[in-house]
Design a protein around this ligand. Structure first.
Ligand SMILES: Nc1nc2c(ncn2[C@H]2C[C@H](O)[C@@H](COP(=O)(O)OP(=O)(O)OP(=O)(O)O)O2)c(=O)[nH]1
Length: 194
């Protein structure tokens, strides 16, 4: 049995769209605690993101040792600082203004675990360059998308009207949505899970 260790509707939909049969369970970890203990040393977004994905997979695997558990995480950095899912619409507007006209990095990591042991993991980055959009343009996107934007680390959903806020995107679509799907499918085939 495959378990996706997430509460993310985006990740659930991405994996469901593949036709693979799986169950979901939320990982019970303190992401901020893991992040704060990591950022005391050098800034290493890939390593932090992979550690978070591993931690989510291991946490659920501890409750389902026979299952193949997939964990994933996504971090956003700009100028070596992390941003997180906006808490409300004011924070969302502030975050979009911070990202406006600049390039930020999305890193998505995925991990496959069984009986508490990480069998495979990989992460990938995407470089996201936003336009110098106006406040009115941002408000229009927020009006169209609503609180779904608060569930996204960048405060945007690439597959929706948010795309109007972007100048350039360098990276894999699935990485941007938070689940490096193609490497995951390869790993699941190699593990004879699909
Ligand atoms: N639909 C959509 N979702 C996005 C996009 N960019 C990021 N996201 C979502 C995917 C994840 O749900 C979220 C990244 O935050 P996390 O990695 O902390 O995951 P989250 O807390 O949502 O769920 P999880 O930790 O897996 O239970 O942002 C996008 O362009 N479109």
């Amino acid at each position: 049995m495959i378990i996706l260790a997430t509460k993310s509707q985006t990740r659930i939909q991405l994996l469901a769209n593949t036709g693979i049969d799986f169950k979901t369970e939320t990982a019970r970890i303190d992401e901020r605690e893991i992040e704060s203990s990591a950022t005391s040393s050098t800034f290493d977004q890939q390593n932090l993101t992979q550690n978070l994905a591993d931690a989510k997979a291991k946490n659920v695997s501890s409750r389902h040792p026979q299952a193949l558990v997939v964990g994933a995480d996504q971090t956003l950095s700009i100028n070596d600082s992390y941003l997180h899912k906006p808490a409300n619409f004011d924070a969302l507007r502030d975050q979009l203004q911070l990202l406006r006209g600049k390039t930020h990095i999305l890193c998505a990591a995925v991990s496959v675990c069984r009986d508490g042991e990480v069998l495979w993991g990989q992460q990938s980055d995407a470089k996201m360059t936003m336009r110098e959009f106006s406040d009115a343009e941002a408000d229009h996107v927020i009006k169209l998308e609503g609180d779904k934007l608060l569930k996204s680390v960048g405060g945007y959903r690439l597959e929706g009207p948010s795309i109007q806020l972007f100048e350039r995107i360098d990276g894999d679509y699935f990485t941007i949505l938070g689940l490096p799907l193609l490497p995951l499918l390869t790993a699941l085939r190699e593990l004879k899970a699909i």
